[in-house]
Design a protein around this ligand. Structure first.
Ligand code: NAD
Ligand code: MLT
Length: 318
């Protein structure tokens, strides 16, 4: 049965193409960004649907406040970590997301971070800005011939594998669901985690954050890795245990790490801050999906799904 979505509250900075498409289909859109939770609870009472990216948390409290009016929450992004899905389901609120719309962007950032761990472009660039010319300090290593372990062989993991293979890396990977044939098609040798740890020069994680993947990279698993292993997390904070990486960087077990995501965003904990400040760490502020192309894609995808829920097909006027 069509949902009859007429009024949508956009809570985070979603590309204007979303608004344009919704309005072309008779849906009124109101932008109210970064609302404090009390105001958000008041506002949701006046809307059929809300659209968020990462900043706004749609908690059980917000959903309860919107009870009777709110029918849909749309996430212009892949994960739905900032939406209380069980609470929404209990209230018959549809939760939708746009998996895939930002995969290539997240994949490309991952590849760039892997490269930045091999060649210290970030500190070298900074040294130039500070007026230094220090060629010896910033020598690196080749990626060619090194082994990259990809943990999580879904949309992003496989795209990373395909690209890094073309750089001459050996790609090994683990995923409990992806088949051997699917892995092979992306140039990945599928293995068990126990087989992977001692072989990897680089490990990149591309799983959701679920109980089975929390601290997938930990003191225990790092102990099984090569001396000087490098790790990358463009998936979700918490999949790599930050304290374990800090300890590993100090002992030399870990030679470098790159993070785009953190257990708390923006980061507040002393451990995350120490990690970000470490000279062998490259840190970005959750930029995986932050490209113009990905933002247009997820914005259009979320709007198209709203229009479909109204029982119509999207029509494009421009
Ligand atoms: P996906 O669902 O396509 O792939 C995830 C894969 O992880 C699946 O193949 C699944 O079988 C696998 N998996 C599940 N449990 C596992 C386990 N215990 N060990 C190994 N693999 C396991 O997801 P995706 O679109 O590729 O996204 C991957 C991650 O990247 C998600 O956490 C997503 O939220 C995150 N992401 C981050 C950004 C960013 O801006 N940094 C952007 C997009 C997506
Ligand atoms: C996602 O879940 O899509 C990413 O983390 C990117 C984002 O939050 O925009």
């Amino acid at each position: 049965m069509p949902l009859n979505i007429r009024k949508v509250l956009v809570c985070d900075a979603v590309d204007k193409s979303c608004v344009e498409l919704l309005e072309q289909h008779g849906i009124k859109v109101t932008y109210k960004l970064k609302l404090p939770v009390e105001e958000l609870c008041q506002e949701v009472k006046n809307f059929d649907a809300a659209i968020v990216r990462s900043d706004t948390k749609i908690t059980a409290e917000v959903l309860a406040a919107g009870s009777g009016s709110l029918k849909v929450v749309g996430r212009a992004g892949a994960g739905v970590d900032n939406i209380d899905v069980p609470a929404a389901t209990a209230q018959n609120v549809v939760v939708l997301n746009t998996p895939g719309g930002n995969s290539i962007s997240a994949c490309e950032l991952t590849c760039i971070l892997i490269g930045s761990l091999a060649r210290p472009v970030v500190p070298a660039g900074q040294s130039m800005k500070e007026g230094r010319w220090d060629r010896k300090l910033y020598a690196g290593t080749e990626l060619y011939g090194k082994t990259l372990a990809v943990l999580g062989l879904g949309r992003i993991g496989r795209e990373v594998a395909i690209r890094m293979k073309t750089w001459g890396m050996r790609i090994i990977g683990y995923d409990p669901i992806t088949t051997e044939a699917e892995a092979q098609a992306a140039g990945i040798e599928k293995m068990t985690l126990e087989e992977i740890w001692p072989l990897a020069d680089y490990i990149t994680v591309h799983t959701p954050l679920i109980p089975a993947t929390r601290n997938l990279i930990s003191t225990e698993t790092l102990a099984k890795c090569k001396q000087g292993v490098k790790v990358v997390n463009v998936a979700r904070g918490g999949i790599i245990d930050e304290q374990a990486v800090l300890d590993g960087l100090e002992s030399g077990k870990v030679a470098g790490a790159a993070f785009d995501v953190y257990p708390e965003e923006p980061p507040k904990s002393a451990v995350t801050k120490a990690l970000i400040s470490h000279p062998k760490v490259v840190a970005t502020p959750h930029l995986g999906a932050s490209t113009s192309e990905a933002q247009v894609r997820v914005a259009v995808e979320v709007a198209e799904q709203f229009i479909a829920l109204n029982g119509t097909s999207p029509k494009y006027t421009s």
